[in-house]
Design a binder for this molecule. Structure first.
Ligand code: DAK
Length: 256
């Protein structure tokens, strides 16, 4: 079964989760295919930024597959949890920015996958929730850890133990998403932002992601040490030399 569509448009890699009959819900096959496609994009030299979206106009990802979870035993639950967590770590640690273009429901595991992305853009019809407690579960793909890092502990508590849905406007207000666009403009606007990133030095973009990610779960002192060490190492790269020289010579940098 082919659940993931891959497309490359001018250095923007677009991954579309395509399981519309289940609102793009994630089962192990979808998770494995998405991980594989994502790794391919990360390794592909023709790709600088990756966009993750859902097929159709209704859902980004309506969560982990509930019908499948109903059948899981303890070992199965652990494997399923690990598969999803590995995917979210691959997204988060990608040296290339991963932008979620959230085109509808982002529920449970779907919201968690978006939380691992570096940037979240949403359509006006997008809806968000961590409804696991309604099913007698807790978020299993990083939601208890990443949501509070993005929206703060108090709001994460409210969303995870309440399980209520919020709309895109509210998600934007609490900082869960970066920007909201009409559905028919979401992908174009996301690609537009990807193109903005593509004008910048790919190594400095990757190092920025690494330093910002390091700020979660480490001390300020360790983070500042990493920052100054990374900053220093850049002066040994052609990219930094080109960026600084281009400014002085009043021309556009050629980073490729
Ligand atoms: N799983 C499986 N099928 C789903 C699904 C899901 N999450 N969401 C929707 N579908 C299926 C529906 O069953 C239906 O299929 P048929 O019955 O027609 O075969 C089809 O998609 C269309 O859905 P609806 O007919 O329900 O469409 P509506 O517009 O009426 O409603 C809805 C849309 C999104 C409000 C509704 O479908 C819904 O409430 N879906 C469930 C949303 C949800 O609760 N998602 C969170 C799942 S919990 C862990 C690992 C992972 C997780 C936790 C722990 N460990 C192993 C530790 C993650 C948990 C979750 O994600």
């Amino acid at each position: 079964m082919n659940y993931i569509k891959s497309d490359i448009q001018n250095r923007v890699g677009i991954l579309t989760i395509d399981r519309p009959d289940a609102l793009n819900a994630m089962n192990p096959d979808v998770l494995r295919e998405l991980s594989q496609s994502l790794n391919n994009m990360i390794l592909n030299e023709d790709v600088g930024v990756i966009v993750l979206t859902g097929a159709g106009e209704k859902a980004f990802i309506a969560g982990a597959d509930i019908k499948l979870m109903q059948q899981l035993d303890l070992d199965g639950a652990q494997d399923f949890g690990k598969l999803g967590q590995d995917l979210t770590l691959t997204i988060e640690n990608s040296p290339k920015p991963v932008i979620a273009a959230i085109n509808g429901f982002a529920l449970g595991g779907g919201c968690e996958i978006s939380l691992a992305c570096h940037i979240r853009f949403a359509s006006e019809n997008a809806m968000f929730s961590q409804p696991e407690v309604k099913l007698g579960l807790i978020p299993g793909w990083g939601g208890t850890q990443r949501l509070s890092r993005i929206v703060g502990k108090g709001i994460a508590m409210e969303l995870i133990i309440g399980g209520q849905m919020i709309n895109a406007e509210e998600a934007n207000r609490i900082g869960l998403v970066n920007k909201v666009f009409p559905l028919d403009q979401l992908l174009n606007e996301t690609i537009k932002f990807a193109n903005l990133i593509l004008q910048n030095g790919p190594n400095s973009v990757a190092k920025s992601l690494e330093c910002i990610n390091f700020s979660s779960g480490n001390t300020l002192k360790d983070g500042l040490n990493l920052e100054v060490e990374t900053f220093t190492q850049l002066f040994d790269t052609e990219e930094t030399s080109e960026g600084l020289t281009a400014f002085v010579e009043k021309r556009k940098p050629n980073f490729r």
